[in-house]
Design a protein around this ligand. Structure first.
Ligand SMILES: NC(=O)c1ccc[n+]([C@@H]2O[C@H](COP(=O)([O-])OP(=O)(O)OC[C@H]3O[C@@H](n4cnc5c(N)ncnc54)[C@H](O)[C@@H]3O)[C@@H](O)[C@H]2O)c1
Length: 358
């Protein structure tokens, strides 16, 4: 099918190979500011402009990067090959659909949409218009995750543990902590486990005035036998971003904030007596894995631009993001009322009351 904006086949930007890809940013709040900054640094990219309904913020950002400001995002869309969409999650669907139907490639922030029906229609629209749809699961591009994946390739994983906690702020309170924070780890754990989820329990609480769940713990069982626990919080007095992998021969701990990985091996514990005193002794080997310090957003946006140019498929496309959203939706339901909610919508392969296949 011919690409509506570029005239290219297969949705690839095939303007003259040396011409920059023309990109715009829709929504320049917390996250959109970072997209704008990084895009302004990328080679082979022309940052055409930004759009925001907050005119003051939009003009300020446009001025800082010397690009055009568009009060209506529809006007920006007609001037670009691709957009980064960083508007509140509840607007992902309407803004994303407009961009895809205009034939523009889309990187949309996570979660792909506020519900499964909206996410499915974005995925279908991308397929129908031959446009790239990448979703901002930025942790896939975190050097700590990339190294963790490599380390775990040779290991037999028994259990995975993810913790993602933050102090309370007023941001992203249009959705629960599952869609705001846990969705990152849901995507990462699905990728690491590489097996369908067959068991799920979750509990949560509303600890702030937002009306949303802001502390949730979920336990998953995968068909492969791996078990996983995920905890996400918006009400914890310390920022934590960690995944631990308990394996047959090692324990690997990845810290996504300082891009650090520690591998513990051959731990032995024993007691010995010393002149009648019982002493406890634990020995082990700890390896520290060096990771690059590339900014994950930089890697994510470079990947997006490469996809738009036609060389690669997004590593986190609409389908993968939809899979993460399906599981997030089940966790939310379970945490809210102890059931998995609208099963036919989110878990078509449901096998029992607490058994799901995602
Ligand atoms: N990948 C990550 O790590 C990460 C981190 C933070 C936020 N996010 C995601 O980014 C998205 C935005 O979150 P945020 O924290 O930046 O929110 P925010 O409220 O700070 O920014 C959203 C911006 O969108 C603007 N906006 C609203 N409607 C618009 C419209 N119709 N057209 C143009 N602009 C419009 C708002 O004025 C605001 O400036 C959310 O989906 C969130 O989940 C992702």
């Amino acid at each position: 099918m011919q690409h509506p904006a570029t005239g290219a086949l297969n949705g690839q930007v095939q303007r003259n190979g040396v011409e920059p890809v023309r990109v715009g940013v829709i929504g320049v709040g917390n996250m959109g500011q970072h997209h704008t900054r990084v895009l302004s640094l990328l080679k082979d990219v022309e940052l055409v402009g930004v759009s925001d309904v907050n005119v003051e913020r939009g003009l300020d950002t446009a001025g800082k990067y010397r690009v055009r400001f568009f009060e209506a995002y529809q006007d920006l869309v007609s001037n670009v090959d691709a957009v980064c969409i960083a508007v509140p999650t509840l607007l992902h669907h309407s803004v994303g659909m407009h961009c895809l139907q205009a034939g523009v490639h889309v990187l949309i922030e996570k979660p792909i949409a506020a519900n499964i029906a909206e996410a499915e229609s974005l995925v279908n629209a991308a397929a129908e218009t031959n446009c790239m749809l990448q979703v901002g699961h930025i942790e896939r591009f975190n050097p700590a995750f990339q190294e963790l994946s490599k380390v775990l390739k040779g290991e037999e994983i028994l259990a995975l543990e993810a913790h993602r906690m933050s102090p309370y702020t007023n941001r992203a309170n249009d959705v629960s902590v599952v869609l705001d924070l846990m969705i990152h780890d849901i995507d990462l754990l699905l990728e690491l486990a590489g097996s369908p989820v067959t068991r799920l329990t979750a509990s949560g609480s509303r600890a702030s005035d937002s009306g949303q769940l802001d502390y949730v713990t979920a336990t998953l069982g995968f068909a492969s036998g791996i078990v996983a626990t995920l905890t996400a919080s918006k009400v914890t007095h310390r920022k934590i971003r960690q995944i631990s992998a308990h394996c047959r021969n090692s324990l690997t701990e990845a810290d996504f904030l300082n891009h650090e990985i520690l591998i513990h091996r051959k731990t032995t514990a024993n007691y010995r007596t010393d002149y009648g005193q019982v002493l406890y002794r634990q020995d082990g080997l700890i390896e520290k894995v060096h990771t690059s310090n590339i900014e994950p957003l930089h890697a994510e946006l470079e990947h997006f631009v490469a996809c738009v140019r036609g060389g690669e498929q997004p590593s986190v496309g609409g389908e993968q993001a939809l899979k993460a959203l399906r599981l997030a939706s089940l966790i939310e339901h379970m945490a809210l009322d102890g059931t998995v909610g609208q099963l036919e919508e989110s878990a078509p392969m449901l096998q029992g009351s607490s058994a799901v296949m995602v």
